[in-house]
Write a protein that binds this ligand. Sequence first.
Ligand code: TRP
Length: 333
Amino acid sequence: MDRVLTGITTTGTPHIGNYAGAIRPAVAASQAGDVESFFLIADYHSLVKGEAPEQVAQSTLEIAASWLATGLDPKSIFYRQSDVPEIMELTWILTCMTAKGLMNRAHAYKAAVAENQARANKDPDNGIAMGLFCYPILMAADILIFKANKIPVGKDQVQHVEMARDIAGRFNFRYGEILVLPEAVVGKSTAVLPGLDGRKMSKSYGNTIPLFAEEKQLRKLIMRIKTNSQEPGEPKNPDSSSLFAIYSAFADHEETEVLRTRYADGISWGEMKTVLFEYLNDHLKTAREEYRRLLAAPDHVEDVLQQGAQRARAISGPVLAKIRDAVGIKPLG
Ligand code: TRP
């Protein structure tokens, strides 16, 4: 049986683009039944960004509540990285046998060095913490401690999974076949949603629609989505319309085809915005209510994470014991 592991970074509040592109497919996969799925909230990774402490904790709550509210299957193992100390222990063991040269090649580190060089900074490592440099080793430990073999990631994370595979291979060569070599699974990037201004929906462009925006705000944002100047009654091209793209990321095939004919019939932009608002609002209402309920009950979310950590540690504990023994960290005599 495949063991699928997804890592979730604790940054900001998810938007409908994150939902359609990452959360929804991952949640659907967790309900599939023929896989064992692990969802890890990567809070130790978030320290690399140097956020304020309150921000770290608040993000964890919001991200955990979002995933729970959107229907994560209860049989999947959902936990917080910092609740599984075996991950940190393995991180050091792996750090001791990972080539520094391998880390020198990591895209995120190379980009930071390139930025220093572009600014003609004498020190190419200016402002770069060891956390950023060793980030791929922590991610490798996240994966390897659970012997996960399938890792769904975006394109930007493929290199990290390949590094985890390299590191696992090196470990096994030296200490015996203990670790499983993981493989990146890159989703079809079909569900990239346009944002309010027509560019890709992204936090860095400030053009997002938060997944759990309140009804009033949701309506207001949808009314701001950019359209062209075509008049009501004029036939319109659905394939160049942000409103249509967002609608079809949520609707089924039949609903999308019905809307296509309404574009041909010249639906007005105002009417289309109302159609999209009502559709999204309907679709997200139940999850939104659940999300609000969870945010107001952090103790409950904490309990859920603790239960997840217990299940996770039942697996990571014995694996780490084997690893420690293999490297010679063991009782004397
Ligand atoms: N680094 C990943 C990202 O930025 C998140 C992550 C942390 C992860 N640990 C992981 C992804 C383990 C997959 C497996 O998106």
